[in-house]
Design a protein around this ligand. Structure first.
Ligand code: NAD
Length: 286
């Protein structure tokens, strides 16, 4: 079952103002995609870039959490192969959609509740503690960066967080056990006790407005770092996928760690096409 949470809009890079067209010719001159020849070489090159960087900003996607038992969206067996996402307008308009959304979320609870940070999370938390990472930008909704040691204020969540709920009208927060009790008592998705609007996981669904503060902070981070690490994202969900391009365009080095090709590999300074836990494991505790 899928969490109800899911992002908003997608667009082809060429059709998006954040797309590749904003990469200047100067950035592309004299460069080719740099795919590490093997894992060891990739780890060594990444270590050199980390050592040389003053400010590193990681940008993570569902792939960093697959070793923690949380399926991603697009891999074989991923959540999208099992459930069609429920868009925001459908959630708002339909009682059935809200009930189905919550049934899916409850079905995922054993997975989310037992997941613990993986090697990727722990490596990034080590670099955060070392003062190299000021804050992390994530598309994930699983709270595992906070669990790994990042202060909540230093986790910029572009797509929200599925470990609690909010009223879509007034924003009142609710914990999931409260939602579940109400669901079981009434046989359906609860409404807000303050304003009667529907209560939803605190996530951003397709068609839902992006969180302005998170977008602003992610923009600042992407523009101010000298090393940007895109980790475990297929980089097809916009506007989030614009941040690696933005960082690159502002002069940061870009590293992509993903076990399959992404559409932005050709602008990266280093591509590590391996398992994230294997690639980042050597940086745990450093
Ligand atoms: P995605 O599913 O589109 O892409 C994940 C990428 O990670 C894929 O390219 C996959 O090949 C790669 N990958 C998976 N496991 C890997 C591993 N162990 N090592 C290396 N690469 C690996 O995910 P996305 O780009 O983050 O976009 C999907 C959206 O889905 C997110 O915005 C998020 O809101 C939501 N989502 C979140 C979670 C979560 O919080 N853990 C899980 C599923 C979906």
């Amino acid at each position: 079952m899928a969490p109800e949470a899911a992002p908003f809009q997608r667009a082809k890079r060429g059709g998006n103002p954040h797309g590749r067209a904003i990469i200047s010719a100067a950035h592309l001159a004299d460069r080719l995609p740099v795919i590490a020849s093997d894992l060891g070489t990739g780890v060594e090159q990444l270590g050199g870039m980390i050592a040389a960087a003053a400010t590193i900003v990681p940008f993570t996607g569902a792939g960093i959490s697959t070793e923690c038992g949380i399926p991603d969206f697009r891999s074989p067996g991923g959540l999208w192969t099992r459930n069609r996402p429920i868009p925001f307008d459908e959630f708002v308009a339909s009682t059935d959609a809200r009930n189905e959304s919550w049934r899916r979320r409850f079905a995922m609870e054993p997975t989310f509740a037992t997941a613990r940070p993986g090697r990727g999370h722990l490596a990034l938390a080590s670099l955060y503690r070392a003062g190299k990472i000021p804050a992390i930008v994530t598309q994930n909704i699983d709270n595992l960066h906070q669990a790994s040691g990042f202060s909540a204020e230093h986790v910029v969540e572009l797509h929200g967080n599925t470990t609690y709920a909010r009223c879509i009208g007034c924003g009142q927060a609710y914990d999931l056990p409260w939602v579940r009790r109400r669901f079981e008592a009434t046989g359906g998705a609860p409404d807000c006790t303050v304003c009667d609007e529907p209560v939803k996981t605190a996530t951003i669904s397709f068609g839902q407005a992006m969180p302005e503060d998170a977008m602003r902070r992610a923009t600042e981070l992407a523009q101010q770092c000298d090393l940007f690490l895109a980790i475990g994202s297929s980089l097809v969900v916009w506007p989030a996928a614009g941040f690696p391009l933005m960082a690159k365009n502002r002069g940061a080095r870009l590293v992509i760690i993903n076990n399959e090709a992404t559409e932005q590999d050709d602008i990266a300074d280093l591509v590590i096409r391996n398992d994230i836990g294997e690639a980042l494991g050597p940086f745990v505790g450093n």
